[in-house]
Design a protein around this ligand. Structure first.
Ligand code: FES
Length: 106
């Protein structure tokens, strides 16, 4: 199964299996990765699944939709690497995807 690496704000790394087709948020939740609350269950309506995509992965992950970009206005420390992890689907192109979790989601 493809791996995703989630790095907490303190540097703790979680390398977990995420099935193709699952969202990156679902991968974190099903593997008990802390820091992704996902209060809305993946409906792009809460912004508690914010992640920063490492620079090497930004092209593969792509840009947020207009709806997602609007929700990102509600997160702390938004920057060009910000995405909502419920809106990223695991795919072959994302094997090894590495993400940083924001300090505000501990
Ligand atoms: Fe609510 Fe991603 S889980 S916006």
């Amino acid at each position: 199964m493809p791996k995703v690496v989630y790095i907490e704000h303190d540097g703790t790394e979680h390398t977990v299996d995420v099935a193709l087709g699952l969202s990156i948020m679902e991968g974190a939740r099903s593997n008990n990765v802390p820091g992704i609350d996902a209060d809305c269950g993946g409906a792009c309506a809460c912004a508690t699944c914010h992640v920063h995509v490492l620079a090497d992965w930004m092209a593969a992950v792509g840009l947020p939709s207009a709806e997602e970009a609007e929700m990102l206005d509600f997160v702390n420390n938004r920057d060009e690497s910000s995405r909502l992890s419920c809106q990223i689907k695991m795919s072959d192109a994302l094997r090894g995807l590495t993400l940083q979790l924001p300090e505000s989601q501990r």
